[in-house]
Design a protein around this ligand. Sequence first.
Ligand code: ATP
Ligand code: PRP
Length: 247
Amino acid sequence: MTALTTAAALAPTAAGPANATFDEGKPLVLALPKGRILKEAAVLLAAAGIVPAADCLDEDSRRLRFETDDAKLDVIRVRPFDVATFVAFGAAQIGICGADVLMEFDYSEIYAPLDLCIGGCRVSVAEPEQLATDDPQRWSQVRVATKYPNIARRHFARRGIHADIVHLNGAMELAPGLGISRLIVDLVQTGSTLKANGLRETEVIADVTSRLIVNRTALKTQPEAIGALIARFRAAVAGCQSTRHRE
Ligand SMILES: Nc1ncnc2c1ncn2[C@@H]1O[C@H](COP(=O)(O)OP(=O)(O)OP(=O)(O)O)[C@@H](O)[C@H]1O
Ligand SMILES: O=P(O)(O)OC[C@H]1O[C@H](OP(=O)(O)OP(=O)(O)O)[C@H](O)[C@@H]1O
């Protein structure tokens, strides 16, 4: 029998997007981020006993949707920022996503029950090493290059500073040297990208790891199936961490 969500759940709200129709007869969809997190996510998937089609982990494959060894679970591979959007709209019921992306979008439809302890980095403010020092306490506004406009705006607003945002999708580190902005807000892990581009980290806005995320409506309508997947990932994270501790 097919169970659909109520019309109320499908209606767009001011707080978030309309939800896709959930059909219990169809496979659940797990959204994975392509790029650097995919390899670490693949280890967790294996530990959780989820076996996607072999080309899912091949970045050269042009396929976007993959079956798994479980007929009730498919995987899609999308850009990291888009994982949150697919899950928020209910196109995928579950996904793996950096906390940076969740902070940026703040979708009310997303519930993030589990820290996967992969993709560790931080969202930070950085400035040119050579910058003449003036007192940020006295700024009323500052120009910031970033792919995180909401995080950056909120961070500076808390200090009473208006952030004039230059929205870039990559290579933010070039912006101060080329005169587009005074500061950048970007991800930092080892710090080598900042160093190689003559910048220094001045503030950590937030520490970041990847999270398991689920669509709230899907969790309500299919609690057993989605709850079981969350439990498998929880056990996988615990298993991977105890292996790491032993090494
Ligand atoms: N240097 C890093 N170290 C560790 N984790 C990182 C690092 N950079 C990014 N991440 C994490 O990995 C996620 C994906 O980053 P990645 O660099 O693969 O994608 P992207 O370049 O933002 O993707 P796109 O192809 O859409 O531009 C980020 O959202 C963040 O959570
Ligand atoms: O501190 P580090 O270890 O040097 O890592 C930080 C770099 O990693 C990310 O870039 P990524 O490699 O994902 O490139 P992109 O932002 O251009 O996609 C981030 O945007 C930084 O540039």
